[in-house]
Design a protein around this ligand. Structure first.
Ligand SMILES: C[S@@+](CC[C@H](N)C(=O)[O-])C[C@H]1O[C@@H](n2cnc3c(N)ncnc32)[C@H](O)[C@@H]1O
Length: 265
């Protein structure tokens, strides 16, 4: 295509985060983007979560492992002048589609792809949605890790776990366990336990913001991998994380903003 035609056909590609699931936790800019979309691409569960769609909107559902193919398909559609949305759960920049879309663009020499009006729209990530329900366990410095060794070597994960635990950061584990990764969480907890006491608070948020959500507060000493599945967010407190009872049952969990001596005020 000549540059003039490319200019006229300028399509749009928005990579959006749906938030954890509940419609009220989806940011308004994402709702507006979904309303203007001609095409919506993503893992089927998330595309369905983003709907319902009008009859003129096309859904393209793919398997969870086909991120790069999906990203290239999205550019191919947008380069034809269409308004395209790629959906992720939570935030699209956190272990999700935004990086795959940018990787596809970086690798491409097609000027039509580089001319696409590309925007990444944020969402409430699962760690933040879970933390808010528990109180403020991530109220001080924290570290976000994916325990999946599908796209990175396990020894790097062990090193990061060890150093982050040693640095007394609160920890948020995404992708904590799956059928094809059954032992990794147990090993991760052993590494964390080298640097944290058995009383360290742990928050387990499952399907947060979705039907049937559960929130559980436990301790590092009591946590076993069978209490966790791939729909769970695991938040491990630091040495300063506190727990106290809520009036109606359950607990509040928070990590104070200060470290060392409590400031006087
Ligand atoms: C591939 S990551 C995607 C993260 C997503 N982009 C985000 O920002 O929340 C998937 C992992 O996120 C966590 N997760 C996603 N949605 C969740 C929810 N509603 N409740 C609890 N954990 C969730 C689980 O640990 C799951 O294995």
């Amino acid at each position: 295509l000549d540059p003039l035609t490319i200019g006229r056909l300028r399509g749009r590609l928005a990579v959006i985060g749906l938030g954890p699931g509940a419609a009220e936790l989806m940011v308004p800019a994402v709702k507006a983007e979904l309303a203007r979309a001609n095409d919506v691409l993503g893992y089927e569960t998330y595309v369905r979560m983003a709907g319902p769609f009008r009859a003129d909107q096309v859904m393209h559902c793919t398997d969870n492992r086909e991120e790069m193919q999906r990203a290239r398909h999205a550019f191919a559609l947008a380069a034809q002048g269409r308004s395209v949305v790629v959906v992720s759960s939570g935030d699209p920049g956190v272990f999700a589609m935004a990086a795959a879309v940018l990787e596809a663009l970086h690798e491409s020499t097609d000027p039509a792809w580089h001319n696409v009006d590309l925007e990444i729209l944020p969402g409430v990530s699962a760690s933040l949605a879970t933390a808010a329900q528990a109180g403020a366990p991530l109220g001080h410095d924290f570290c976000v890790l994916s325990l999946s060794d599908n796209l990175k070597p396990w020894d790097i994960i062990e090193k990061r776990l060890d150093l982050a635990s040693q640095a007394d950061l609160a920890l948020a584990f995404y992708n904590p366990i799956s059928r094809s990764r059954p032992w990794q969480l147990g090993r991760a907890l052993e590494i964390v336990a080298r640097h944290r006491t058995a009383q360290t608070p742990v928050v387990l948020g499952r399907d947060i913001g979705r039907p049937g959500q559960t929130l559980r507060v436990t301790t590092l000493g009591q946590l076993t991998p069978d209490q966790v599945d791939m729909r769970t967010m695991v938040l491990v407190g630091s040495s300063t994380t506190c727990v106290f009872a809520r009036p109606g049952g359950g607990d509040w969990v928070y990590t104070p903003r200060w470290y060392g001596e409590k400031p006087t005020s």
